[in-house]
Ligand binder design. Structure first.
Ligand code: S3P
Length: 432
C-alpha cells in the first residue's frame, strides 16, 4: 500500500505464484479513441483502470461521448467519425503523453476549438513533434514556445494528406498523424526511422480503416467508416517487465504471468532478458482481436551484462529503467545506447534511474544517449528514493529494493497508479 505517497519495499526471499498484470496502456487508450470515432458500441474488456487511460475516457466524455465503466470493462457509445462536440472546458490529460499526442491528431480534424493541457510533467514534454506535422496537414495549433509546449489550442477541420518522415521512432507521433489522416482527403503516409509499436495500425484496421504497411512506411486512407468492435485488452508487457526482472533476480522465485500482450513491436524486454541469460519461457496463446498474447514464466536466473541499442530501443523503450536494475544484478557490464528519447519521458529517465540506483550503491553512469552499468555490487537498502513522479522509475526502484540488504522507501509513489494500480499488492501476493 502507498501511505502518505510513500512506498516501503522490504527485501524478499522468493517470489512464487501465477498472476495477471493490468491491461495494456497503449491498447486501452486507442480502444477508447477509436470507439469514440466509430459508429455503434465498442466493448473493451480488460481495460487498464490506471490514471492515464481514465484521463482519455474523461477527455472523450467531455466531447460528448458516453462511456460506462464497470470493473475492468468499458462500454464506449461511438459518435461516428464526425460526431465529437466542442468541449466546454480545457481538456486535461493528467500525466498522459499518449492521450495528449494521439488526441491532438483527432482534434486537428475537428472544426471546433479545443484547449489541451496536463500536469507539470506534460507541460515540459515536447509537443512540436506532433504539432509540426498536424500544422502541415492544415490544422491551426498554438502552444507555448511556438507550439512546442502545452497547453495547446487546436482547431482544424478538413485536412490535407501528407507524407511525413518522423525524426524519431515514436508510436505517439506516428499515431497522431494516422489519426489526423482519418480526416484528410486521400492517403496520409508516415515513414519512421525504425519501427515503433504498431497498435494503432492493427486497431484502425480492426475498426474498418484502410491501412497499408510497407516496411517503415504506414499509410491510411481518409474518411473511412469505423465500426464499434469488441476488444479484449491483453496484459501490459511493460507492467509484466517489472515482474519478469523481479522473478529473475530474487532468489528461489518462479513467477507465471498470464495473458500478456506479445506484439513483436513490444517484446524487446524478452529478447534482452533472454540474451542476459534469464530463465524465461513463453507459452503463446491464440490472438482473436489482432494482438498476439501468451503466458510468461520466469525463474531465478544468473544474468550477464550485454550491450544493445539501435532498432531494439523502440521495442523496449519503457522497460529500460527496469533493465538497468537487471543489469545491476548481472555479472559484467551492460551498455544501453541510442536511448536519448528517455530524457523526454514522464521524467528524464536516464538521470532519474541513475540517481536512484547510485543511492543504492549501484555502479551506474549516464551516457549522452543511454546508460552504462557495472553489475554485481551488493544493492544497498536503508535509503529513501524519489520516483520523480514517474510511475516506471517508482516501480523499477521497487524491484531493486526486493534484492537490497535492507528495506527502502520510495517517495512520490502514487505515480504507480498511472499504469499499474495494485502493483504493491501483487508483489506481496507473490512473496507470501
Ligand atoms: C506509447 C509510445 C511510447 C511509450 C509510451 C506509450 C504509445 O512513446 O513510451 O509509454 O502508446 O504510443 P513514444 O512513442 O513517444 O516513444
Amino acid at each position: 500500500m502507498v501511505v502518505n505517497n510513500e512506498l516501503i519495499i522490504e527485501p524478499k526471499k522468493g517470489l512464487n505464484g501465477t498472476v495477471r498484470v493490468p491491461g495494456d496502456k497503449s491498447i486501452s487508450h486507442r480502444a477508447v479513441m477509436l470507439g469514440s470515432l466509430a459508429d455503434g458500441v465498442t466493448r473493451i474488456k480488460g481495460f487498464l483502470m490506471g490514471e492515464d487511460c481514465l484521463s482519455t475516457v474523461r477527455c472523450f466524455q467531455e466531447m460528448g461521448v458516453a462511456a460506462e465503466i464497470n470493473e475492468d470493462n468499458v462500454l464506449v457509445y461511438g459518435k461516428g467519425l464526425h460526431g465529437l462536440s466542442e468541449p466546454q472546458d480545457v481538456l486535461d490529460v493528467g500525466n498522459s503523453g499518449t492521450t495528449i499526442r494521439l488526441m491532438s491528431g483527432i482534434l486537428a480534424g475537428q472544426s471546433f476549438i479545443s484547449v489541451v493541457t496536463g500536469d507539470s510533467s506534460i507541460r515540459k514534454r515536447p509537443m512540436g513533434r506532433v504539432t509540426k506535422p498536424l500544422k502541415e496537414m492544415g490544422a491551426t495549433i498554438l502552444g507555448r514556445q511556438k507550439g512546442e509546449l502545452a497547453p495547446l489550442t487546436i482547431s482544424g477541420g478538413s485536412l490535407r494528406p501528407i507524407s511525413y518522415k518522423t525524426p524519431v521512432a515514436s508510436a505517439q507521433i506516428k499515431s497522431s498523424i494516422l489519426l489526423a489522416g482519418l480526416f484528410a482527403n486521400g492517403w496520409t503516409e508516415v515513414i519512421e526511422p525504425e519501427k515503433s509499436r504498431d497498435h494503432s495500425e492493427r486497431m484502425l484496421r480492426y475498426f474498418g480503416a484502410e491501412v497499408e504497411v510497407d516496411g517503415l512506411a504506414v499509410r491510411i486512407k481518409g474518411h473511412p467508416t469505423l465500426t464499434g468492435r469488441e476488444i479484449q485488452v491483453p496484459g501490459d508487457i511493460s507492467s509484466a517487465a517489472f515482474l519478469l526482472v523481479a522473478g529473475a533476480i530474487v532468489p528461489d522465485s518462479r513467477v507465471v504471468i498470464k495473458d500478456v500482450g506479445l506484439n513483436p513491436t513490444r517484446t524487446g524486454i524478452i529478447d534482452v532478458l533472454k540474451e542476459m541469460g534469464a530463465n524465461l519461457k513463453i507459452i503463446e496463446n491464440t490472438a482473436d482481436t489482432g494482438e498476439p498474447l501468451g503466458d510468461l514464466i520466469v525463474e531465478t536466473s544468473s544474468l550477464q551484462g550485454i550491450e544493445f541499442g539501435g532498432q531494439l530501443i523502440p521495442r523496449l523503450v519503457d522497460e529500460i529503467p527496469v533493465i538497468a536494475v537487471a543489469a545491476a544484478c548481472a555479472g559484467g557490464i551492460t551498455e544501453i545506447r541510442d536511448a536519448a528519447e528517455l530524457k523526454v519521458k514522464e521524467s528524464n529517465r536516464i538521470e532519474a534511474i541513475c540517481q536512484g540506483l547510485q543511492k543504492m550503491g549501484v555502479d551506474i553512469e549516464e551516457l549522452p544517449d543511454g546508460l552504462r552499468i557495472k553489475g554485481g555490487k551488493p544493492i544497498r537498502g536503508g535509503v529513501t528514493l524519489d520516483s520523480q513522479h514517474d510511475h516506471r522509475i517508482a516501480m523499477a526502484l521497487a524491484v531493486a529494493g526486493l534484492v537490497a540488504d535492507k528495506g527502502i522507501t520510495i517517495k512520490n509513489a502514487e505515480a504507480i497508479n498511472v499504469s499499474f494500480p495494485g502493483f504493491k499488492n501483487l508483489l506481496d501476493t507473490l512473496a507470501s
